[in-house]
Structures are given as structure tokens and as C-alpha cells.
Design a protein around this ligand. Structure first.
Ligand code: LRH
Ligand code: MN
Ligand code: MN
Length: 386
């Protein structure tokens, strides 16, 4: 039997971070379909993020991407967020959109380009100081396209050197989250392609360096929950970039392509004691054709539903079946939880939090969508495809 009060408490204190770039226009390399009412600047992105938190109650922080969210005064931006009931979350660096980065950034063969990349990362730590953000999230597009193009080992050395300089700049309580991705934009080697490479660098750097798992960054068929279990066991899971994918790095709504996979991941999080603020639960998505704020609300709810199901797993029964070697019984315990309709439970949780039990409908009734369409003209592009 599962303690329902404990399950509800865990769901009430869940925190899912939404990404500033998900509020702006985005698209593929073929077309960006601009939507009316999208934010024109980082301040308006925060206004929209605050609406997601207002209606879900579990999205209290917003990730920024620099330079997409560059402003004059970051402390003022943090105040703007707080006035609307949210806070600034992870600072995401960007060492991929400048012409200088054709052959890489922190792993580039030319020391001058590496210097520029590391200086950008140091600037991001300065922004964290101003915003009070805890996490610096690093993703490197670095890699090569052709065998022989550059020395694979030398690139690892340059990576380690650059990361060490940034790590040394971190203040107390600040963390560096290293994100891996198996390919794209590089097609032959990628310098941080997998969790093992990220883990090796983070281990060498120290306790403030942690691995971040973007659920869209693996080869098809990869057992992501195994990676999650392993990183948690090693105390090296810093967070997630949640999204879902059918083919590559699709950045679709989390839980849309494979809700069962999301459940399995969240079960390992719960099992490993990872449902704490030590693991950052971030979304990293783009809403190319669907309405953005409703899509983000839906994504937050999908994570909640997977978490609720994971919390409902009868762990004593599961452990007993596992110990008895009862293969089918153990599987049945897990599937019982997955097949539970947790929507009534989540409606109750929201009511107890003083929220409308149906966030999408409540948002639709709020008039916010109509208001931003009327007021905002010439909205921003998020960055991708810009
Ligand atoms: C790279 C990535 C990384 C970037 C974000 C916009 O594919 O997942 O996290 O910062 O997309
Ligand atoms: Mn990501
Ligand atoms: Mn990605």
C-alpha cells in the first residue's frame, strides 16, 4: 500500500523549470511559423512563464539562454520574475551560433577561439551571480564531420582545460551541469557525445560538476532510465532537459512520444531518491506548430502524471516479487502503477493547492492568450532557426 498523503506532498513540492526559448518563435531549418502574441523580449517571456506557474503551481523557475536572453540589467530581470511569482533558473550558455565556432568552441584548434568560448562561459557565471541562479548549463556543439579532421584526444584535452577554468570560477553553491548529445550539428565525432564522457569530465572537475540528461540526445533504443539510475547512484545526476522525440533531437513535448519511457525514468528518479532540488527538472522544448503556453502547460502536466505514477509503484510488493524471482509479478507491479489513471489524484492535488484542477481550461478562460495577441506585435524568435 502506498501512502497517498506522502504521494500528494511530493507532487505539491515538485518543481519543473520551463525554458525561456520555448515561449518564443522556433522552427526547423525549413521554416519558422511565427505565432501572434509571442514575447518580444526576455521580460515578456517571464510574463508567460509566470502564467504557466500560476495555472500549474509547479513551474516556479525559468531557464535563460545567453545571448538569446541578453539584457542590460540581470538583477532587474530577476526582480521582474520575482514580482510575477517566479525565479530565474539555469543559465544556458551558447557557444554554437557565432561564425567563429565553425570548427568548435572550447575544443577549437585555435586558442583564440577557445579563449572567446571560455570567456563567454565566465560571463554566464557572472550572470548567475546577478540573477542568483544556481546552475550553469553547458552544451557544446563541438565535434568534427570527417575522420582525420582534428585530433580526437587533443580536443578532449582542450575541453578539460576550458572546463577546469570555468569550474574554478564557480562560487559556493553554484554548479556546472554538462549536457551530452550523440550527434548534431557534428556528424562524425562529437566532443561530449554521451553520459560516460560527461561523467568522466565531471568526476575530474569535482562535486560542483554534474551531468545533465537531455532525453532527446540519445541514439534510438538507448535505455535512458539505466543512465539515470547509474548517475544517481554515483551522485552525479545534476538534472534533466525533458522533451520527447520520435527520430532525432525533435524537442517535442515531454511525454508525448513515449509516456512509458518518461514513467520509467521518473521511477528511477524516485527509486534513487532523486526527487529533490539537487536534481533540476528542466524542459528543453520548441513548439513549432502548436500554441506555446498551452503546450508548456501540457508538458508540465505530463511530467506530473509520470511522477505520480512513479510514486504509486508499490515498492515493497515490487521488492518482494524481485526477491522471489517472480518475473511476471514484478513486471505487473510496475505496470499496475503505470496503468493507473492519476488524473483524478492530480485534480485533487491542485484543488488542495488552491488551483483550478484543469490548468489548460483555466488558462484558456483567463484571457491571457487574447491579451498578448492584442498587445504584442513583432514577437521574438527563440534562437533556433533564427
Ligand atoms: C542542444 C540543446 C541544448 C541547448 C538547447 C537549446 O540540442 O538541447 O540544451 O542549450 O538545445
Ligand atoms: Mn538540451
Ligand atoms: Mn537538444
Amino acid at each position: 500500500m502506498t501512502d497517498l498523503t506522502a504521494v500528494k506532498d511530493a507532487l505539491k513540492s515538485q518543481a519543473i523549470e520551463t525554458p525561456s526559448w520555448a515561449y518564443g518563435n522556433s522552427g526547423t531549418r525549413f521554416k519558422v511559423f511565427a505565432q501572434p502574441g509571442v514575447p518580444r523580449d526576455p521580460y515578456e517571456k517571464l510574463d508567460d512563464a509566470a502564467k504557466v506557474h500560476e495555472f500549474t503551481g509547479v513551474a516556479p523557475t525559468v531557464a535563460l539562454h545567453i545571448p538569446w536572453d541578453r539584457v542590460q540589467d540581470y538583477a532587474a530581470l530577476a526582480r521582474h520574475a520575482e514580482e510575477r511569482g517566479v525565479r530565474l533558473g539555469a543559465i544556458n550558455s551558447n557557444t554554437f551560433q557565432d561564425d567563429d565556432y565553425r570548427l568548435g568552441s572550447i575544443c577549437h584548434p585555435d586558442a583564440a577561439v577557445r579563449r572567446k568560448a571560455v570567456d563567454h562561459l565566465l560571463e554566464c557565471v557572472g550572470i548567475m551571480d546577478a540573477t542568483g541562479s544556481r546552475d550553469l548549463k553547458l552544451w557544446f556543439a563541438d565535434g568534427t564531420n570527417y575522420p582525420g579532421q582534428d585530433d580526437i584526444r587533443a580536443r578532449q584535452d582542450r575541453l578539460a582545460e576550458g572546463l577546469a577554468e570555468v569550474y574554478a570560477r564557480l562560487g559556493e553553491g553554484q554548479r556546472m551541469l554538462l549536457e551530452y548529445k550523440f550527434f548534431e550539428p557534428a556528424f562524425y565525432t562529437t566532443d561530449v557525445p554521451d553520459w560516460g564522457t560527461a561523467y568522466a569530465h565531471c568526476l575530474k572537475l569535482g562535486p560542483q560538476a554534474q551531468v545533465v540528461v537531455d532525453t532527446g540526445h540519445h541514439a534510438p533504443g538507448t535505455n535512458i532510465e539505466f543512465i539515470v539510475a547509474t548517475l544517481l547512484r554515483e551522485g552525479k545526476l545534476g538534472g534533466f532537459d525533458f522533451n520527447s522525440r520520435f527520430y532525432a533531437d525533435d524537442d517535442l513535448m515531454v511525454g508525448a512520444a513515449d509516456p512509458f519511457q518518461l514513467f520509467r525514468i521518473m521511477y528511477e528518479v524516485v527509486r534513487g531518491g532523486g526527487l529533490t532540488s539537487e536534481v533540476a527538472f528542466m524542459l528543453d522544448q520548441c513548439h513549432n506548430i502548436e500554441a506555446k503556453i498551452p503546450a508548456i502547460i501540457r508538458s508540465v502536466m505530463n511530467v506530473q502524471e509520470a511522477t505520480a505514477k512513479a510514486l504509486l509503484v508499490d515498492r515493497p510488493a515490487l521488492a518482494a516479487a524481485q526477491a522471489a524471482g517472480d518475473v511476471l509479478g514484478a513486471n505487473a507491479v510496475l505496470m499496475d502503477a503505470y496503468n493507473t489513471d492519476v488524473r483524478p489524484l492530480l485534480r485533487e492535488v491542485r484543488e488542495e493547492m488552491g488551483l483550478d484542477p484543469e490548468p489548460p481550461a483555466a488558462y484558456a478562460r483567463s484571457g491571457w492568450a487574447e491579451k498578448i495577441v492584442a498587445e504584442r506585435v513583432g514577437g521574438e524568435q527563440a534562437g533556433w532557426g533564427a
